[in-house]
Design a protein around this ligand. Sequence first.
Ligand SMILES: *Cc1c(COP(=O)(O)O)cnc(C)c1O
Length: 449
Amino acid sequence: MSTEQSAALFERARTVTPGGVNSPVRAFAAVGGTPRFMRSASGAWLTDVDGHDYVDLVCSWGPMLLGHAHPEVQAAIAAAIARGTSYGTPTEPEVELAEEIVSRTPAEQVRFVSSGTEATMSAIRLARGFTGRDVVVKFAGCYHGHVDSLLASAGSGVATLRGSQAHTPGRPLSVPGTAGVPAGSAAETIVLPYNDRDAVTEAFAQYGTRIACLVTEAVPGNMGVVPPAPGFNSFLAQTCREHGALFISDEVMTGFRATREGGWGLDGAIEGWVPDLMTFGKVMGGGFPAAAFGGRSDVMAHLAPEGPVYQAGTLSGNPIATTAGLATLQLATDEVYERLDATAATIRSAVAEALTAAGVPHVVQHAGTMFSVFFREGAVRDYSEAGAQDTATYAAFFHSMLDQGVYLPPSAFECWFVSAAHDDRAVSAILDALPSAATAAATARTTGA
Ligand SMILES: *Cc1c(COP(=O)(O)O)cnc(C)c1O
């Protein structure tokens, strides 16, 4: 497969942009090879600058729930653009999109921002402002955008917790997870292993009066899909309530994707608990930079201009973005979710079948329409188990699929996304490519190639 044009663009890009990309995973560092520069997309398909078509299993990392360039969404966007692109005033589409989100989720009010990062950053500031406390609890392997305090790694705090010794005052709870994060930001963050109730109980027993909030992905999808153990989210909500901390459910990935009601539709809606705050992004922007945070109206009342917690955005609630998001959600009917469920199930079992036939250890995990494939044996319940997989085997599998015209996430730690536009032709293309990709994976495993 010729990648001449992509390679040329990548070279130019690297001159003017660090690593040649505007978000690291796009650089293919985890799988090697030349990142494909895409020229256009339609339905389930991407077309690159060398003219190759790919069935898309990334879907812009989740947003394209209906597929690319959906005619009705495109028409709504075109009509909105014809009316101007940004006014810096309130507009009707913002109200309609907020109403749609409030109608599908337990959030009573929402505030729009422009990225998921901004949504979690703002939700955390609000939780701190509301509770008058500073400490944030998160789980290893959950990603909440590149917010300073959430790019923390478990430090001595957790080691201390594990030993059940008293924490030394002034000692940081966690350490920066990347260069550039001030130690002070990470110091106020506690990082715990996912699905570990004891760790949560211990952290709250020790720091409960200082904890402003616990933030978790509704279903973790950023270490691959790692579903919460039954009752885990309910336990988190309950623990937060007991200690006067807020429970923040990050639904940036799961929102309007895992189910019609997001990740909450898989447990909260059934078990009868609600998060204090939630964050949304991806699908709700219909392919534009739009995100939101929301929740209890008494908490949201603490936001400016009603309350003392400052938060703002020049392009927040942008009329084109909110129009695209609204059109997407209005078209995302129960039938669409049934279709996504069925398509995801077909692909999941075909992947498992092909890898089994080739003798490649794997486990496929899912939550609603979201799923991912781990190249290891045995269920994955937390980040350390997600990390114990064979990434070199995944790279071989990925490249074989890519060569056969299937675009998978260029990292073993990512969720696979389908759209309602994945029809029989698209699904067949995936199924046809699987056996030889599984063979390539098996060969890489045995030769270490
Ligand atoms: C993608 C994602 C974010 C960050 O959203 P951006 O729009 O990339 O800033 C936050 N939380 C979760 C769960 C996500 O999947």
